[in-house]
Design a binder for this molecule. Sequence first.
Ligand code: CO
Length: 211
Amino acid sequence: MQNYNQLLLSNKAWAKEKVYDDPEFFSRLTNVQTPQFLWIGCSDSRVPANQITDTQPGEIFVHRNVANLVVNADVNLLAVLDYAVNHLKVKHIIVCGHYGCGGVKASMTQTDLSAMLNVWLRNIKDVYRMHRTELDGISDMDKRTDRLVELNVQEQVFNLAKTAIIQRAWKEREAPHLHGWVYGLKDGLINPVFEMPAGTRIDHIYEYDNL
Ligand code: CO
């Protein structure tokens, strides 16, 4: 691991190289950002959104938290979602988990970790309970974790669709489309596991009829 001075030195070198390759690089991005994608990913240091998709600054609006959760009462996530959908008008929202996710693994144990982690990981335990029959049937624990990672991504996409922010955007501009992806730490490849095009019907109890 590099120390923090190395980070600052690397930053100087990076900025210099960018201007050398493309003199307008920073001036183009100074006053406007028009990303087409909102990325909701895991905080895990091995899953950096821009690097694994080979995208540049300005291309992806990013929110990351432990185990890429979309929690109904998370003001941070909802503010990001509101801004991305209503102001940036992103066309796609990607919830990207990753195989071997430590947060997902921890949620499958009965260990009391700490007050805040317990509260956060409870959301994944709820996903496990919803899919208990399928998950309990997988005896290999790594495979079971990886399947929960996929199901977790799917549930978080559903959670996006349950918000009035998404439902109103679907009604007004037939976007954004929602995607659930899982990144492989072992091979660097993204597995698109779930998709919800704009306008997809969800359980009626979650649909607002006065938008
Ligand atoms: Co993770």
